[in-house]
Design a protein around this ligand. Structure first.
Ligand code: ATP
Ligand code: ATP
Ligand code: CA
Length: 218
């Protein structure tokens, strides 16, 4: 069965989620208090509804409990975001993701039971800064405060060596989960796989170990 999503708040962030879910063929209900915004999504979403989600009766009448995943993308009105999230959890919605506007907002959202909190401006800023600092790092995904997955380009220095020759796990404490080579991707490469200069290594590990690997090995 296909998952059913609801997106509350159709600003840039919520609107973009809505478009992408629809693009991926998902069922998505688009909700906003602002009628103009709702109209913009009438053609994209399975349903587009004008409603104030801080009103419990309204949430119930939308049958919000039956959705698999609800995204609260209300930003500026922090009070509305918190109230909506709280009621969604009280009504028994299994999975609620919420957008935080600042660290305090994030803390409150977690306390009241949001299953997933995103902080797009901060997280994207971090990610872009990280990519700017190192020439070898193409992309980077934060798993926790201390762990990430990074895409790094293999240097001439690494080229011609096998994973086992380089002893990457023991020496650097990181794992190569995949190698991108042209249009091919080798998932879970064997230890005897020869790395070529220009390969894109997808590595997982502690940030400190990944940073050291970037500086020492690449
Ligand atoms: P973004 O930063 O994603 O571009 P934005 O800055 O345009 O968003 P926000 O104030 O963050 O707007 O709110 C996103 C949307 O949430 C707005 O379209 C707003 O109308 C809607 N919204 C605000 N309060 C409620 C509410 N109580 N019920 C439903 N929708 C709401
Ligand atoms: P964000 O969406 O990243 O949280 P914001 O919504 O707080 O940003 P923006 O209007 O996007 O604010 O502007 C970001 C910052 O750029 C603000 O601190 C603002 O003072 C500054 N800024 C805006 N215009 C100029 C300008 N012409 N020259 C210098 N700084 C500017
Ligand atoms: Ca905003």
């Amino acid at each position: 069965m296909k998952k059913e999503f609801a997106v509350i708040g159709l600003g840039r962030f919520g609107g973009s989620i809505c478009n992408e879910l629809a693009e991926q063929g998902m069922q998505v209900m688009a909700i906003d208090i602002n009628e103009e915004r709702v109209n913009k999504f009438a053609a994209v979403a399975s349903h587009a509804v004008c409603a104030d989600t801080t009103d419990e009766k309204v949430l119930k009448s939308l049958g919000i409990r039956n959705f698999d995943h609800v995204i609260v993308a209300i930003g500026d009105d922090i009070q509305a975001s918190i109230l909506t999230t709280l009621m969604l959890k009280e009504l028994g919605v299994k999975k609620v993701s919420a957008k935080a506007q600042n660290d305090y907002h994030e803390k409150v959202l977690r306390k009241i039971g949001a299953d997933h909190v995103v902080h797009p401006e901060r997280d994207m800023g971090k990610r872009i800064a990280h990519n700017m600092v190192s020439n070898n790092v193409l992309d980077y995904l934060e798993l926790s405060d201390e762990h990430s997955i990074a895409e790094v380009v293999a240097s001439e220095k690494l080229g011609g060596n096998s994973i086992i020759d380089l002893n990457i796990r023991a020496r650097h404490g990181i794992n190569i989960v995949a190698i991108k080579r042209g249009n091919d991707i080798l998932v879970s490469p064997q230890a005897d796989e020869l790395i070529r200069a220009g390969d894109i290594l997808i590595v997982i590990g502690a940030d400190s170990d990944i940073n050291r690997f970037e500086r020492k090995a690449l």
